[in-house]
Design a protein around this ligand. Structure first.
Ligand code: FE
Length: 342
């Protein structure tokens, strides 16, 4: 209650223009972000300009920030956590690091699929994890589903990163949700048997390897492909230009998607400010900016896509509630291990 009164007072003071802006320094929000500074800072500056609320930004690797939150416990300065992958947001919730937030604005802006049902986290941007194929060696109609990756015809022709990566864990978690564990395990075994090499590197490395002929198919998140196509590195642009997207499972459940998202921390001292920041991040202007700079899709419906994303065409996204990805994560990890997915 005290902090609410204080923040109201600070806003009033600013509005009255009787004190320099620095006097409102205590009206702040502390953000731990697993997104790189350049992917978030300009938006935060706009938020501060508009509200007078200062944002203290700490950036770091996703898992390191989770650990930090955990070890800081009640003493954490963090009010809001921004991280990637619903699987990680779920881990934060499971560890007791988040609290539920009810906001009509957030609920209206973020489709139910892309937020935790009781408000523990909200998706901010959307990414898809489709299949990429080497234009020179594969026809787009040769496969239509993730399930096809287990077809022996692709033996020695697929690149995908390790099972330790949360993106793959979430993909498998979605398959478990739709087809059950036995079917997913059989699929994972088939996929492993088709790998061109022992999994290594990140998503970009899979696309590069396929472009270089080491494999013919790669699985990666769309924004890496966008970053390669639109980036400054000529070698990456060249590699990406040899590849194209197949949107899997258009005839059934849809392509696997995931989010970057945010959660108000369990011990947030600036809870109201954290919610205001969250609400700001799902506004149409923020959504288009956020999606544009990292080649992601807006979570909010009706927000225009970037030109590059438009070129890739529309697709049907899996409508599974992303909370399921976290719930099935442990099963997915064990299943991938049993299947020999390194
Ligand atoms: Fe990523």
């Amino acid at each position: 209650m005290k902090s609410t009164l204080y923040s109201l007072a600070a806003v009033w003071v600013l509005a009255a223009g009787t004190l320099p802006a620095t006097a409102a320094a205590a009206d702040e929000v502390n953000l731990y972000s697993a997104r790189k500074e350049e992917l978030i800072k300009p938006l935060l500056d706009r938020f501060t300009e508009e509200t007078g609320i200062r944002v203290n930004l700490v950036t770091g690797k996703a898992d390191a920030l989770l650990k930090r939150l955990q070890s800081e416990g009640r003493n954490t300065p963090a009010d809001l956590l921004i991280t990637t992958d619903a699987g990680r947001l779920h881990r934060a919730r499971q560890a007791g690091l988040t609290q539920p937030v009810e906001s009509a604005e957030l609920q209206a802006a973020v489709p139910a699929t892309y937020r935790e049902p009781s408000g523990h986290w909200y998706g901010l941007s959307l990414r898809a994890r489709p299949i990429f194929y080497a234009r020179e060696r594969v026809n787009a109609d040769e496969l239509t589903r993730y399930e096809d990756l287990a077809d022996p015809k692709w033996k020695g022709r697929i690149c995908i990163r390790s099972s330790g990566n949360i993106y793959n864990q979430s993909l498998v978690a979605s398959m478990i949700a739709h087809g059950g564990e036995a079917q997913s395990e059989a699929w994972a075994r088939g996929l492993v048997a088709n790998l061109a090499r022992t999994p290594k590197g990140g998503d970009r490395d899979q696309i590069k390897a396929a472009a270089a002929g080491e494999c013919d198919l790669a699985v990666a998140n769309t924004y890496y492909f966008g970053g390669m196509l639109a980036g400054k590195d000529p070698a990456q642009r060249e590699a990406a230009s040899k590849m194209a997207i197949i949107w899997p499972n258009q005839g059934d459940r849809g392509t696997h998607v995931n989010v970057s998202g945010a959660a108000v921390t369990a011990h947030a001292r600036n809870r109201e400010n954290a919610i205001r920041l969250l609400e700001f991040l799902v506004r149409p202007e923020s959504q288009s900016w956020y999606a544009e700079v990292n080649y992601e899709y807006p979570v909010r419906a009706g927000v225009a896509w970037s030109a590059l994303l438009d070129q890739w065409g529309t697709f049907k996204a899996d409508s599974l509630n992303l909370g399921q990805l976290g719930i099935n994560n442990a099963k997915a990890v064990m299943l991938m291990d049993r299947a020999g997915w390194k």
